[in-house]
Design a protein around this ligand. Structure first.
Ligand SMILES: N[C@@H](CCC(=O)N[C@@H](CS)C(=O)NCC(=O)O)C(=O)O
Length: 216
């Protein structure tokens, strides 16, 4: 098999790429990265010194690709399928890329700050940073609520790269800052993402690991 995805089934950024792979039934081998294991961490950092998951290895083309948005663009170029993650129309492509950046930077990042604070050692918490993250999420939620009143998917009427980014970001954000009744359109959008078979499969595979998620 040509493609290997180095990943962890609980890691939200890994989900982003898994959704894209499953959506197009792209054959690949999933290789578990355990950063808690010194040998596993060293082997992964030999592949990508920054140590951020996931990383795609394409043996057929001798390429190692980090960064989720780049991986999905790579898959679309070299292993295309029925779902087009970035549309051909340049204006629509920019809309997709903007929404992808929005979900990574303004939903995933504050969500990860809140979750990450829960696993810091005692005495090393950052309440000010967490409060800032919650305020950032509130602004992002208001934007999503307004946008999703008029759209099916994150960047319009077609499922795209932006939805691969939105699914894990909103899933975990909703766990730490529930969308609730104040955001009915955003909640309905999360429900549509959850009903997407590719995301359902990702969640099913993550099920055995959910006990590792740090509850409040
Ligand atoms: N911008 C990166 C972010 C990747 C990222 O932050 N991955 C997390 C997992 S969700 C990770 O590797 N965390 C391990 C660490 O920071 O040590 C991307 O899009 O690929």
């Amino acid at each position: 098999m040509s493609l290997t995805l180095h990943q962890h089934p609980l890691a939200s950024f890994c989900w982003k790429v898994l959704i894209a792979l499953y959506d197009n039934d792209t054959p690949f081998e999933a290789r578990l990265v355990d950063l808690m294991d010194p040998a596993g961490a060293a082997a992964f950092k030999a592949l990508w010194p920054l140590g951020k998951m996931p990383v795609l290895r394409d043996a057929a083309r001798d390429r190692t690709i980090p960064e989720t948005s780049i991986i999905i663009e790579y898959l679309q170029t070299w292993y295309p399928g029925p779902t087009r993650f970035i549309p051909d129309d340049p204006d629509q492509a920019l809309r997709v890329r903007l929404a992808d950046r929005f979900y990574d930077l303004h939903v995933q990042e504050p969500m990860q700050k809140i979750v990450g604070d829960r696993i810091r050692p005692a005495g090393a918490n950052d309440p000010h940073g967490v409060a800032e993250a919650r305020a950032r999420l509130a602004v992002a939620y208001a934007l999503i609520e307004a946008e999703m009143a008029e759209r099916t998917w994150a960047a319009g009427e077609a499922f795209s790269l932006a939805d691969c980014a939105a699914a894990p970001a909103l899933f975990y954000a909703d766990k730490v800052a529930p969308l609730g009744q104040d955001h009915p359109h955003a909640s309905a959008y999360l429900d549509r993402l959850l009903a997407r078979p590719s995301f359902g499969r990702v969640l099913q595979e993550a099920q055995p690991y959910f006990a590792m998620f740090p509850a409040d």
